[in-house]
Write a protein that binds this ligand. Sequence first.
Ligand code: TYD
Length: 219
Amino acid sequence: MSRREESGLVTAGRGLWITLEGGDGSGKTTQARLLAEWLGAEGRTVLHTREPGGSEVGRLIRDIVLHHRGDIAPRAEALLYAADRAHHVATVVRPALERGEVVIQDRYLDSSVAYQGAGRVLDAGQVRELSIWAAEGALPDLTVLLDIDPEAARRRLDADDKPFDRLEAEKDDFHRRVRDAYLRLADAELERFLVIDGALAPDLIADRIRARVRALLEH
Ligand code: TYD
């Protein structure tokens, strides 16, 4: 039984849902794009989306959580990400899966557990429950975790020359907690997660992701 059947949200045999996770600067966005291009070339209908900000309402929420000047209380931040998720899953992800499409999504609930749970030190179980409630139990078929040392990721972001958003600007210790939390999540759900060393060459990473996705599509 697939995870989406377990969740009772999406019926089996329709669509495939892949999420990408990792710290800031781990290279997820590049990999999401490469995967979407490959699947498109294979003749699949692909929806490439992201959280926060994968819907119109979500774009407003994204602006608050990433660019508000000044503090946002940790629980308020967790609720904002959960609100974005609830609307995104209901209006964008679920309809695409029901149409049989492949959804490639930059970040999902594991981001909340890692960033708001371990990063902001909220109760990880409660943060996860909040997201599960928001998304009516929906879990992806595959979650690719690009694991990278926060200092190496920071050097990549510095080289990018873009101003840091609220989360990126957090201290190294915050990003170390996020990384450890991701690895614990992957250990707890070995079947859903594919963990790849984010320091590898982008082509190698893309090959590994394709191999797993090909297997899922043939299943
Ligand atoms: P993202 O747009 O993926 O930024 P980047 O491309 O730099 O990784 O995510 C924006 C930020 O939001 C990122 O720092 C992680 C954070 N975030 C959370 O803290 N909780 C969440 O639930 C999500 C989805 C993202």
